[in-house]
Design a protein around this ligand. Structure first.
Ligand code: B12
Ligand code: SF4
Length: 301
């Protein structure tokens, strides 16, 4: 293709209620961090013009919790652009049935679809054979992505662009170092579809513990990986530039993050010296009060 557009729709599916209705709000409460992470990666490839100077990658993020997903209209937009891809993002197990129904509508229109998130990653990492629901989407020509997309997105987009997507991308053994990784971000317009104007970021992934019921260690591994104070500053500045100043930090226990102190020190510095006034939501677990200075610095940040 010489010149033209490649349209990428990133859709975070919602899930069905007990009566089979899609759960959806006029404005939703919590930002989708998976969507922000994948958007940041695709945006980066788009800005880098990875398909050459003449081909623009146009990327749209949709959270089905606050937006009606009209698959026929999206399929039409991709066809009008000439080429494109639908990514079903951050799909957890409870969202998989809805995801299959969305994927099927795109495949009926011959649109390429990739599904990623904890359901696919968890099943591929833990089960001896593919469960029926996952086999069902492979059978209709959907591609699956297991693992984390940092460092992988450019290749995946290239495969989609060249029409040679593989059925399965198993990147579970290539967990990225988060230090200096591409930052999660969503356009302010997406944040505006929530009740609160909070965006999100994950400051770390992976967990050293071994709780038998937990998917996280099977997907993100038992080695903790962390963003740095510089990365968090970049996240805060990039969002502030579009008027977004409130952050939900999605780490299960931020007190366990090895970089907690340098990250908080940097936020305090930005607050006290550069006039940034972020609101932050952290989850911290019960023993954090034993870490000297932790509560005081969280409060100051
Ligand atoms: C923050 C969080 C939430 C938030 C926000 C959710 C979000 N996804 O942003 C809220 C509070 C809404 C939430 C709710 C729930 N959550 Co939650 N949540 C988390 C938590 C702690 C962090 C999520 C996060 O930011 N991860 C970082 C992102 C970047 O990772 P990621 O989503 O895996 O995305 C990466 C890859 O998967 C991949 N990827 C993802 N999508 C795609 C798509 C394509 C095309 C490609 C190429 C790649 C790709 O690339 C991304 C970047 O590397 C995780 C645990 C964890 N450590 O991840 C649990 C977790 C995801 N939640 C879980 C659960 C069970 C739930 C609930 C069902 C709880 C409940 N009973 O209500 C609900 C369901 C919500 C819903 N909408 O239906 C489970 C999911 C298990 C599973 N089998 O699916 C997890 C793993 C926790 C656990 N201990 O097991 N959650
Ligand atoms: S993330 Fe939480 S539940 Fe999972 S292994 Fe670590 S401590 Fe246990």
């Amino acid at each position: 293709m010489s010149g033209g557009r490649f349209k990428v729709f990133l859709i975070k599916p919602s899930h069905y209620d007990d009566d089979g209705y899609v759960i959806q709000w006029r404005r939703s409460l919590i930002p989708a961090n998976s969507l922000a992470s994948v958007y940041g990666l695709v945006r980066h490839s788009a800005d880098a013009r990875i398909f050459g100077p003449d081909i623009e990658i146009d990327v749209v993020a949709v959270d089905e919790c606050n937006t009606v997903v009209n698959c026929q209209r999206i399929a039409r937009q991709i066809k009008e652009a000439g080429a494109g891809l639908v990514c079903l993002v951050g799909v957890q197990s409870n969202q998989f049935p809805r995801t299959v129904d969305i994927a099927r509508q795109f495949r009926d229109n011959n649109i390429a679809v990739v599904i990623g998130g904890f359901h696919v990653s968890g099943c591929l990492s833990m089960l001896p054979a593919l469960p029926d629901d996952i086999q069902e989407v492979l059978d209709i020509g959907v591609s699956l992505f297991a693992g984390e997309a940092e460092g992988q997105m450019e290749n995946l987009l290239r495969d989609a662009f060249e029409g040679r997507l593989r059925p399965i991308y198993n990147c579970l053994n290539a967990l990225p170092n988060l230090d200096g990784a591409q930052i999660p971000i969503l356009p302010a317009e997406n944040i505006g579809r929530q009740v609160t104007d909070f965006t999100s970021f994950d400051a770390g992934r992976g967990c050293p513990f071994q709780c038998s019921f937990c998917t996280i260690i099977n997907v993100q591994g038992r080695k903790s990986r962390h963003r740095t104070a510089d990365d968090v500053e970049e996240i805060i500045r990039a969002n502030a530039a579009q008027g977004v100043t409130n952050f939900f930090v999605t780490d299960d226990n931020f007190a366990r993050n090895r970089n907690w102190e340098s990250i908080l020190d940097r936020i305090i510095w930005l607050r006290e010296n550069e006039g940034f006034k972020p609101s932050l939501i952290f989850q911290v677990d019960t023993l954090c009060h034993r870490i000297p200075g932790f509560i005081e610095k969280v409060a100051r940040a």
